[in-house]
Design a protein around this ligand. Structure first.
Ligand code: ZN
Length: 353
């Protein structure tokens, strides 16, 4: 079995984590190594569920915080084992998000008596469909393990605090027509032509900009797919425009869907996919204290992340990790080694001040 050495610095530990492959669904060897390393630390209570590992301090502090990270990666692209080149560490998962997991493990090993109780959460299957998500499973099966006043998800943010996250939904806007032979097109009604009006609505749409807790969220409403057509000699009777709405976290999923339906009133609008946003919660004392300790202004998170799952549990959460979000899932994925040390230092200061 692979072993992790938590006395290594964050960069060397990231390299060790990258060198134990853990593509989604195949995290067992890495989860085993993490569990074993944490069980050797007498100040932590360790739980295991599937390929998720949870370790907690039990000091009876008035406040508890969660530091969470997923241990799976997207499929390897000729980029394992890791390799160091100057100030950069290359390899699958260096940015998303084994450097963040290394910071969690370093803090777990080196801060035995933090000023707030800490729950370290390492979970599986974040990079695949939501139904398999390990954090979602823990929330269903062991919600008490995730109870906290505040959570930090160490997803790649290039060492900046990113608050909350936008919601996302997809709808199919369907235009109907009447089928006919294209040689006698006046007998039909062209559904693809009708889609032009749907696209015109999208083209003219002014997305909102919303400020919540001092962070500006920019919404987006976009066609992401158009499907229609029967054959080269048929007037089509059906066209589907798939629309993706990224909405600020002041709107619920229901409100967001109602907004889209109203925009396309008169059309058949079918909801195909939806996930809620998460408000940044920076007005909560525990979150505000974290932002102060990191010492940089917080930014809004535009993508969807598992902070939304914490929000649903009533736990305000932010993203803060050493990886670079723009490099996640790329073949030349890498992380700045200085960002790993910076995150570890700032978080240690926060947990020991
Ligand atoms: Zn990630």
């Amino acid at each position: 079995m692979s072993r992790l050495d938590l006395s290594l610095d964050g960069v060397a530990l990231t390299a060790q984590l990258v060198d134990i492959p853990s593509v989604s669904g195949q995290e067992a060897p890495l989860a085993d190594a993490i569990e074993q390393a944490l069980r050797e630390l007498p100040h932590l209570t360790v739980h295991r569920d599937g390929n998720a590992v949870v370790a907690r301090t039990e000091l009876g502090r008035p406040e508890r915080v969660v530091l969470a990270g997923h241990i799976d990666t997207v499929p390897i692209a000729d980029n394992v084992p890791s390799r160091r080149q100057g100030d950069l560490l290359y390899g699958c998962g260096t940015s998303d998000m084994k450097s963040g997991v290394a910071v969690q493990l370093r803090l777990a090993a080196t801060v035995p008596t933090p000023n707030r109780d800490v729950t370290y959460v390492f979970y599986d299957c974040e990079e695949v469909e939501a139904a398999r998500n390990g954090l979602g499973r823990l929330a269903r099966l062991h919600p008490e393990w995730l109870e906290a006043d505040f959570a930090v998800l160490l997803e790649p943010t290039d060492a900046a605090v990113e608050g909350g996250c936008q919601g996302t939904l997809r709808v199919d806007v369907i235009t109907a027509g009447r089928r006919a032979h294209s040689a006698r097109s006046w007998l039909g009604r062209n559904a693809i032509h009708a889609a032009a009006r749907v696209l015109a609505i999208l083209d003219a749409y002014q997305p909102r900009r919303v400020v919540i807790d001092g962070l500006e969220y920019r919404e987006g409403l976009n066609a992401v797919r158009v499907a229609g057509g029967v054959a080269g000699n048929v007037i089509p009777d059906l066209c589907t425009v798939t629309v993706n709405y990224r909405f600020a976290p002041d709107r619920t999923e229901e409100e967001a869907f109602a907004h889209v339906k109203e925009l396309f009133s008169g059309y058949d609008v079918v909801l195909t996919d939806s996930a809620p946003g998460a408000p940044p919660g920076l007005d909560k004392p525990a979150a505000a204290a974290f932002v102060r300790a990191i010492g940089k202004p917080a930014q809004p998170k535009y993508g969807w992340t598992d902070v939304a799952r914490f929000a649903q549990l009533g736990v305000p959460a932010v993203n803060y990790g050493p990886g670079d979000p723009n490099l996640a899932h790329t073949r030349d994925e890498h992380v700045r080694v200085t960002a790993i040390a910076e995150c570890e230092e700032r978080m240690r200061a926060w947990l020991t001040a």
